[in-house]
Design a protein around this ligand. Sequence first.
Ligand code: FAD
Ligand code: DLZ
Ligand code: SF4
Length: 508
Amino acid sequence: MSRLVLVLGDQVSPGLSALQEADKARDLVVMAEVMGEAAYVRHHPKKIAFCLAAMRKFAARLERDGWRVAYTRLDDAENSQSIVGELLRRAEAEGADSVLATEPGEWRLIEALSHAPIKVRQLPDTRFIASHAEFDAWAEGRKSLRMEYFYREMRRKTGLLMEGDDPAGGKWNFDHDNRKPASDDLFREGPLKFDPDETVNAVLDLVERRFPDNFGRLRPFWFATDADQANTALDHFLEHALPCFGDYQDAMLEGDRFLYHAVISPYLNAGLLDPLDICRRAEAEYRAGRAPINAVEGFIRQILGWREYVRGIYYREGPDYPRRNALNHQRKLPDFYWGGETRMNCVAHAVAQTRDEAYAHHIQRLMVTGNFALLAGVNPTELHEWYLAVYADAYEWVEAPNTVGMSQFADGGIIASKPYISSGNYISKMSDYCRGCAYKVTQKTGAGACPFNLLYWGFLDRHRDRFQGNPRMAQMYRTWDRMAADRRAAVLDGAQAILDRLSAGETV
Ligand code: FAD
Ligand code: DLZ
Ligand code: SF4
């Protein structure tokens, strides 16, 4: 009897474990555009278009390679609109009695496949550098799971940036050199952009028709949608941006949405690029003297370290992880995350860019939208659903640990040793947003004071019991306690006034 081979939208890799295990002569590949996946959160139209275009092109490639592919389009009349439904429909038509799959990137689908009324074997997803077993072996028995130590293990395992047993350049981590603000009068290449071809245009029309009300601009659409394009985009980054990646990694500029970032996460997470290959190509730039160690180490750490580490946490912590809420934050996500009005220039810019590009870089996600939500006590599950929807690179295995863990401390400190909070001062130092803001970043109290300044102390005061014993936060509490009592009262009043405005649905 023939088998079905499931390939999901973020599994468009020829080396996928299910394809490796399958028999081209006998088995039938199933790929399906379904509302179950396209609408379980209100994805950004660019994310849907990217995913469907990459799926269509990958299916064509599989057919060219001699696979039989049963491909369901979103508008097909017989489409059952769910992954399991399509497997059952294809199984009946094909007379197949089992499915080979590769473990999905979200518990939701892992569980749906596990409970499907047909036998589904879920193979490990081998497109990562660390297996679940390797991560768990590293994590077992440790009191705290800090990324840095996992990263060193991965460096040793892969030999990336190693000189024998020692790290290249004499240090494991060059972050100390990587905190420079960027200047706004330089020309930067930015990511390579691709004109939509016939396949992409057909998908754009479909998405425009079917998802007219989703937050986000569909056009212009310029993402790579196949492996050749994604590799060209990576080469472009390695040549033009990698050398400066380290220095300006944390910088933000009103007039430059991409700076020296790679903008490859949608491609990497869908499977158009391979993580180890990317790291080796970046290392080659260092070895050839074309990029400095602080840039290459910083870049490789994001992929070899952070990306693998957050994946390890997601699968280790289990299906309830995205709904954790250690700080018991219950505030509704403010409307300005969906494009509503705000006077905070930094937030307005991060959201407008998200709307236009389905992309924001790490510091915008962590220290602007994430920071504000944490300071204001936004419900982390609601925020998680926002991040999952609005970014083209968002799948739960990578998005939830970053949002729930790193950004919101809602996992109680598994990922972050202290909350990532800052006053306006950090944003002012790393960006040019404050110049054009209705608030004054230097003002600490009163009506025109930067909301981040007020909410920062409000957060620390509110969560004193939990955090005052944290050695990494002792200095913050000492500064707060040294402030004159009337000033502390004015700050807390100001913070409360902002929270009240948010509760009343008023603009901040
Ligand atoms: P670069 O800055 O050029 O970095 C290169 C690559 O490193 C990225 O493409 C990515 O694959 C990897 N990387 C960097 N930081 C991380 C990280 N913290 N975790 C995992 N991989 C990392 N990344 C996602 O891929 N999907 C998400 O849904 C996602 N959600 C996030 C939510 C929040 C609240 C935060 C703070 C971060 C999130 N990130 C997510 C991590 C990071 O912001 C993006 O990976 C990065 O902005 C992608 O842009 P880039 O390709 O230009 O990255
Ligand atoms: C993100 C996405 C979208 C928008 N649409 C589809 C789809 O129609 N069919 C499909 O197989 N996959 C899609 N995906 C990606 C899945 O949501 C993703 O595979 C799971 O969330 C697991 O990571
Ligand atoms: Fe953001 Fe405050 Fe600066 Fe305005 S002043 S841009 S709110 S940090």
